[in-house]
Design a protein around this ligand. Structure first.
Ligand SMILES: *[C@@H]1O[C@H](CO)[C@@H](O)[C@H](O)[C@H]1NC(C)=O
Ligand SMILES: *[C@@H]1O[C@H](CO)[C@@H](O)[C@H](O)[C@H]1NC(C)=O
Ligand SMILES: *[C@@H]1O[C@H](CO)[C@@H](O)[C@H](O)[C@H]1NC(C)=O
Length: 382
């Protein structure tokens, strides 16, 4: 401390200011989200019809466009930043975009899969479509804002775009497409990363500066995928998850991490936080009991009972015909969704989403270890 008094006061003042600013909160006025069902707050429902009950029952008391019994991680992010829940860009009823918009949709992929939903394929709102929607949103929202009156209260201010947080959670359906299509992992991951990078660059070029990028979760722990594989003990880990699918997810995540590092080098003025959602979800599934959860590999809402409670003919909330075509089957619901991890075999319960959010929001699982309050900080170690 002694040498401090020899330093000119200005230097001390500056270094104090630096200290303060490096730990200070970011003022995030808006949230723009891109992704799949992990963060869809109504896009798919607006386009293709609502999800059936009991979706939404735990928190909203009715289906709320989310693939869950309640809130998603993105909802907890919005709450934590003091922002309202995100309206989906596709929602034409009671949408309010004053603090952001959500472009995510159920079944979305990074790469256009060329197989429509009616053919059992994927969402038409793949990442490039979401980008185009965002670009249109950015310019047209300002025309609407400038009309004044009620419109002004429904659109974001122009100044919000560079200050906003841009969140991305996508890739899970690309993995699914690769698995079901028996595609070479290396090639599809390479293509997906090039496309991911291109989309982020576009957002940067029109002013985006704060990025919060989720990696993809442990696909091999999802009941909906476990029911498809011929479960052999050698391919199951100690948590009961299917090792080859989890390896694929990890392979994807390793490349995603490299992609984020490259983006940081290319855009030193932007803050990129890479969030290891995989590890947090895996921790919850592999040590569910310890954290007060039960049966992490069993769908709460599903059909067929047994260890997984998944039947691909009868999805959550749906009715279906028996193999003989006569009898209608009705999905069942677990007694306590608050203690469950998997809601419908693919998506997590609100309780699980909250658990995951509580861990990722601190920065403990992120690189750099930015918490949600410090997402605008550029303090990379590399
Ligand atoms: C979809 O079609 C386009 C144009 O034919 C092609 O370039 C692309 O590779 C296809 N995507 C997939 C995932 O097959
Ligand atoms: C839109 O939401 C914001 C924030 O919740 C609120 O202040 C504003 O009044 C809403 N606009 C309208 C027109 O309801
Ligand atoms: C998947 O690809 C591998 C090697 O490319 C091949 O041996 C295998 O038969 C394929 N499986 C299916 C179901 O097409």
């Amino acid at each position: 401390m002694k040498f401090l008094k020899f330093l000119p006061p200005l230097v001390i003042l500056l270094s104090l200011l630096l200290l303060v600013s490096s730990s200070s909160c970011c003022n995030i006025p808006a949230l723009f989200n891109f992704g799949d069902s992990n963060s869809d707050t109504g896009g798919f429902s607006a386009a293709f019809g609502p999800l059936p009950p009991p979706y939404g029952e735990t928190y909203f008391g009715m289906p709320a466009g989310r693939g869950s019994d309640g809130r998603l991680i993105i909802d907890f992010i919005a709450e934590s930043l003091g922002l309202p829940y995100l309206s989906s860009y596709l929602d034409s009823l009671s949408a309010n975009f004053s603090h952001g918009a959500n472009f995510a949709a159920v079944g979305s992929t990074i790469i256009d899969q060329n197989v429509t939903l009616s053919q059992g394929g994927y969402s038409p709102f793949f990442l490039d479509a979401q980008l185009k929607q965002f670009l249109q949103f950015k310019s047209r929202s300002q025309l609407v804002y400038n009309q004044g009156g009620v419109f002004k209260g429904l659109m974001p201010k122009e100044a919000y775009f560079p200050q906003a947080l841009y969140t991305v959670d996508i890739g899970q359906n690309d993995l699914t497409a690769a698995i079901l299509g028996n595609k070479s992992a290396d090639k599809f991951i390479r293509n997906a990363m090039a496309e991911f990078s291109r989309v982020i660059k576009n957002i940067y070029e029109i002013g985006g500066r704060n990025f919060w990028i989720h990696n993809t979760g442990p696909l091999g722990c999802l009941p909906f995928f476990l029911v498809r594989v011929n479960l052999t003990p050698t391919n199951l880990d100690s948590a009961g998850c299917w090792i080859p699918y989890n390896k694929l997810a990890q392979q994807f995540n390793a490349k995603l991490y490299n992609t984020v590092i490259e983006l940081r080098r290319e855009f030193p003025l932007a803050a990129f936080t890479y969030v290891d959602v995989y590890s947090v979800k895996y921790l919850l599934i592999s040590q569910a009991q310890k954290y007060g959860f039960e049966e992490p590999l069993t769908a709460c809402c599903g059909y067929g009972g047994g260890k997984l409670n998944v039947d691909t003919r009868v999805r959550c909330g749906a009715t279906g015909k028996n193999v003989d075509g006569t009898k209608y089957l009705l999905s069942n619901l677990c007694k306590n969704p608050l203690k469950r991890v998997s809601w419908d075999g693919v998506h997590y319960t609100e309780a699980a989403a909250k658990w995951v959010f509580d861990r990722i929001s601190t920065g403990e699982y992120s690189d750099p270890p930015n918490s949600l309050n410090t997402v605008c900080h550029i303090n990379y170690q590399d």
